[in-house]
Design a protein around this ligand. Structure first.
Ligand code: HXC
Length: 260
């Protein structure tokens, strides 16, 4: 499928998905959200793709937020629909069997930070700036940011970031547990793709089930989460990947996983 605002490049099991609207610092309008949802679906069912790296075009922004010019004219009903549409994208990433790594190459603000938080984990460039400036516009985050950030870093830090609308550096975001690693700008994509390749080289069903166990388990009580983990663990013993992975260990050879 051809996209107006997205670029997709695939090599060795790793797809790089780039939000490509640099004239608006990759801001998310309704059209970009529609395209992102289609792209996630396409990538999830592309047998050539095992991991996705999500980034922004240009050297300034990952995504500078939802499109303020489009939102400025929205009615209450349209605002609600727009929030639901963005949330659908974030949920689509969480439900995808394919892991998604955010490579935050510049501003990740508002809906842009929400997009990064919707990914499985975040790498950032030294020059990235992250924040939720929504309160400066008289609104709140609406693409799941209040929920995902508070679950990730706890209520106090989420409150401070969201109530002030301030931007933080990549280093502070790392210290707060939002960002896993910070790299020089020219290293960011290389490192994100290296990690993606490492994930692409292990058993794909194991990765998918681990993602599923962690994402769904976070929405459960601990005992239910333990039970859920044990059932997924058991299911994997019915797969060729488990036979291959353990067989290869015993036979001292490299496993060749088929993903089934
Ligand atoms: C629409 C945007 C935009 C945005 C930047 N642009 N961010 N357009 N929506 N979120 C456009 C600018 O209008 C400008 O286009 C071009 O991109 C370059 O931006 P500048 O402002 O000229 O760049 P600079 O001076 O370097 O400032 C960078 C910046 C600033 C600090 C990131 O652009 C900024 O504050 N942007 C808005 C950030 C923000 O508030 N995001 C949260 C949005 S609310 P023109 O053509 O005008 O020159 C949100 C809600 C999510 O995300 C939930 C919804 C349900």
């Amino acid at each position: 499928m051809e996209f107006k605002n997205l670029l997709i490049e695939t090599a060795d099991g790793v797809a790089t998905l780039t939000v490509n609207r640099p004239q608006a610092l990759n801001a998310l309008n309704s059209e970009v959200l529609t395209e992102l949802a289609s792209a996630f679906y396409q990538l999830e069912y592309d047998p050539a793709v095992r991991v996705v790296v999500l980034t922004g075009a240009g050297d300034k922004a990952f995504v500078a937020g939802a499109d303020i010019k489009e939102m400025a004219a929205m009615s209450s009903f349209e605002g609600h629909q727009f929030a639901l549409k963005g949330q659908h994208c974030m949920m689509a990433m969480e439900k995808m069997k394919t892991p998604v790594i955010a490579a935050v190459n510049g501003f990740a603000l508002g809906g842009g930070l929400e997009l990064a938080l919707g990914c499985d984990f975040i790498y950032a460039s030294e020059k990235a700036k992250l924040g939720f400036p929504e309160v400066t516009l008289g609104i709140i985050p609406g693409f799941g940011g209040t929920q995902n950030l508070a679950r990730l870093i706890g209520k106090s830090r989420a409150n401070e970031l969201i109530f002030t609308g301030r931007m933080i550096t990549a280093d502070k975001a790392q210290a707060w547990g939002i960002v896993n690693e910070v790299f020089a700008p020219e290293e960011l994509l290389v490192k994100a793709r290296e990690t993606a390749a490492a994930i692409a080289s292990v058993g794909p069903l194991g990765v998918t089930y681990a993602k599923n166990a962690i994402a769904n388990g976070l929405n459960m009580g601990k005992e239910d989460g333990f039970r859920y983990e044990a059932s997924l663990f058991g299911v994997l013993f019915a797969t060729a990947d488990q036979k291959e992975g353990m067989g290869a260990f015993v036979e001292k050879r490299k496993a060749a996983f088929a993903g089934r």
